[in-house]
Write a protein that binds this ligand. Structure first.
Ligand code: ADP
Ligand code: MG
Length: 677
């Protein structure tokens, strides 16, 4: 299986180069280069075929074929065929060799796209001459460069003849029998050469399960070793002190908050290292959970760090933590990337000698030169914004701290299993009492005058308004609203009010100043780019207007929208957008229909597909050969349970029944000491 493809008869240096180009190096690579789709060659009655639809038809050749050449390589072959009583003109471009398959008066099965008006078929080929009506699936492969599909198919056929016997079973008999799966060799064969629909289905079903089981096994082996191998600290703290702190809060924790807090505290107290994801919708109260957990960590005599994506948010968190811990013996510091040299030096020294109990900051926290005396616990907020690499650096800092990732971008369960299968997941699935859902509307931009009236109305009630624009300043490339222009317009339209401007290019001090003025209602309208997207908390703001809303992702819109509706009052969100596509309109409707971040992310996922969901770089999602994370969601769930049972069983680790499975996992790096992202 690991032999080079050059071992195949008929694969010379040139073919080898072409195959290597496609990352096909070994026999195994070749055999596992599965078709990316299948064409259904079932012959259909012409009456059923729609205009411009691709189909396979059968008919009787009614005219002599006419072949013409243009230039050196181009040709056009046309023939009239009588199909179900209609005379169809079949045209085949650049396939002159088809001519000899066409005999006047004979039956022909051919494919193409049907133009109903001209009764012409183009863009297809001849399937067979015979009249037998065997319906078939035709595999379609991706190829690169000069490699021709029919050659690739030939190589795969050869690989089967020479190496087919070496395709060994990897699934343990017990699972294979339980799910009545076909053996590996049969499955691989039928994915390339599907005998019929049923054989294909069984082959696919088996390979999907295998692929997802291996994937889940890798995740869970990693997770098991993290737990067992990690010399985590057992943090000892007095639960009653934690409870006293909770009792002092101006509100009761929701049931969901209590539950996740218990899960987190349990991790802190246990000997294994916490690697946990805390997810909860915008406004579900994650921050207070972070604060309580950090407090428990401090009580146990450790330092803690809270990492957030922006400076604004870091400062805000530092401020609210200071308020929370007022009068208590907990020292909070804020490490800013733009801090003055002296200030920074002092903070760093205080971190090193242990004076600081809790540090809040951005990525600056994991830079060189930031050392802790006793870092026990790291929380990152909105973790999807931190790259994999940063996560790794962070985890390796200090004495293997417990790590909690918080995110307000709820991840559809399917993706949570896949992307975070190596983590424990806690979910806050309950909002604090008394929250009113945000009323969301979408409208074309020409309703702006009415929107301005709405702004005035809300401001008259003493409330405040966010206005979000995609860009900072005018761009000749994009025809979208920019914050600077909108700020100028609104300042004029609302001349009796104060309109603030906020964007990423302002200096640190300027941002602070604007944010403070808005927080204190000295500015009523804040025109901003997405810098306010995460975490910013001004409960008096009740209206958000988003320009060119269709330029943002759904999760991002939901995040933005989460800046309002944080108080007792009814809040509104107006999406100004003129989407040109159906998908664009659909997205705006979804926003207006649901306030539930989980539902929204699920629908976003369905619209965009998993690759785009996190953004390509940060996805951390594996690329599957046959499985599809959305379609095969149920199988994934089953594979996860099976994998979990396996890694916790003795047999999996010791019995010879599982040897092949262990071998393949070994080959795929599952037992090495790193995470496979
Ligand atoms: P998140 O970080 O999950 O978006 P926050 O932690 O910022 O949410 O909480 C949003 C607001 O709700 C904050 O003002 C917070 O003080 C408040 N809050 C948190 N938990 C509760 C609760 N159990 N009851 C009432 N208000 C709460
Ligand atoms: Mg938050």
């Amino acid at each position: 299986m690991n032999d080079s493809i050059s071992e195949l008869h008929g694969v010379g240096p040139k073919a080898m180069e072409q195959l290597n180009e496609m990352k096909i190096v070994t026999i195994q690579d070749l055999l596992e280069h599965f078709p990316f789709r299948y064409e259904d060659n079932a012959i259909r009655p012409i009456q059923e075929v729609q205009h411009n639809e691709k189909a396979t038809l059968q008919g009787k050749v009614h005219s002599e074929p006419d072949l013409r050449f243009f230039g050196k390589k181009k040709s056009r072959l046309s023939v009239r065929i009588l199909v179900d009583g209609l005379l169809v003109q079949a045209i085949f471009f650049n396939q002159p060799f088809l001519k000899k398959q066409i005999q006047l008066g004979e039956h022909l099965i051919f494919s193409g796209k049907l133009d109903r008006n001209r009764l012409a078929m183009t863009g297809g080929t001849i399937k067979s001459q015979s009249g037998d009506r065997e319906a078939g699936l035709e595999p379609v492969y991706s190829v690169k460069g000069d490699l021709k599909v029919h050659m690739l198919r030939k190589y795969i056929e050869k690989a089967f003849t020479q190496y087919g016997e070496q395709i060994t079973e990897v699934l343990p008999l017990q699972l294979k029998n339980a799910y009545r799966l076909v053996d590996r060799k049969t499955a691989v064969y039928h994915l390339h050469f599907p005998l019929d629909m049923e054989a294909f289905r069984q082959a696919k079903r088996r390979m999907i399960y295998e692929e997802l089981l291996l994937f889940q096994l890798k995740m869970q082996i990693f997770r098991k070793r993290e737990r067992e191998g990690a010399e985590g600290q057992e943090k000892v703290f007095d639960q009653t002190e934690v409870n006293t702190f909770i009792d002092r809060l101006p509100f009761d924790l929701t049931g969901a908050q209590q539950r996740v807090l218990q899960e987190i505290c349990h991790d802190l107290q246990s000997a294994y290292r916490m690697n946990r994801l805390l997810q909860g919708d915008v406004g579900s109260g994650k921050t207070i959970i972070a604060a309580i957990a950090l407090y428990a960590n401090v009580l146990a005599g450790n330092q803690g760090a809270l990492m957030v994506p922006t400076e604004i948010l870091a400062e805000q968190h530092a401020t609210s933590l200071r308020e929370l811990f007022e009068g208590m013996d907990v020292t909070i510091a804020f490490l800013s990337g733009s801090a003055r040299v002296k200030e920074r030096r002092e903070t760093l020294a205080a971190l090193r000698d242990g004076t600081v109990d809790i540090i809040v900051g951005t990525h600056a926290l994991i830079q060189e030169g930031v050392d802790f005396q006793n870092l026990g616990f790291v929380i990152t907020d909105e973790q999807h914004r931190f790259g994999v690499e940063q996560r790794r650096v962070l985890r390796n800092k200090g004495i293997r701290p417990d790590v909690l990732f918080m995110t307000a971008t709820p991840i559809p369960r399917t993706l949570a299993i896949s992307a975070y299968g190596d983590m424990d997941v806690s979910t806050i699935d309950e909002m604090p009492k008394g929250r009113k859902p945000i009323e969301t509307h979408w409208a074309p931009p020409d309703v702006l005058p009415r929107v301005i009236e709405l702004m005035k109305k809300e401001i008259k009630k003493g409330h405040q308004v966010y206005v979000i624009c995609p860009l900072i300043e005018e761009s000749d490339k994009l025809d979208v609203q920019n914050a600077i222009d909108v700020h100028a317009q609104l300042s004029q339209a609302l001349s009796s009010l104060r309109v603030g401007l906020m964007h990423g290019r302002l200096h640190h001090e300027e941002k602070d100043a604007v944010m403070n003025e808005f927080a204190q209602n000295r500015v009523q309208v804040l025109v901003s780019t997405t810098v306010v997207e995460v975490g910013v908390n001004v409960p008096n703001a009740t209206l958000m207007v988003i320009y060119d809303a269709d330029r943002f992702g759904l999760s991002q819109l939901h995040q933005l929208r989460g800046r309002v509706g944080r108080g007792q009052e009814q809040a509104y969100c107006i999406l100004l957008a003129n989407p040109k596509t159906e998908v664009g309109k659909e997205r705006m409707s979804i926003m207006a229909e649901t306030n539930d971040g989980f539902e929204l992310s699920q629908r976003d996922l369905e619209l965009r597909g998993p690759g785009d969901f996190f953004g390509v770089k940060q996805s951390g999602l594996p690329i599957f050969k046959v499985a599809d994370l959305i379609e095969d969601y149920r199988v994934l769930e089953i594979a996860r349970q099976d994998a979990s049972k396996l890694v916790h069983s003795n047999a999996f680790w010791n019995s010879s029944d599982y040897m092949n499975l262990r071998d393949i996992l070994e080959k795929q790096g599952a037992f090495q000491d790193h995470k496979f992202d």
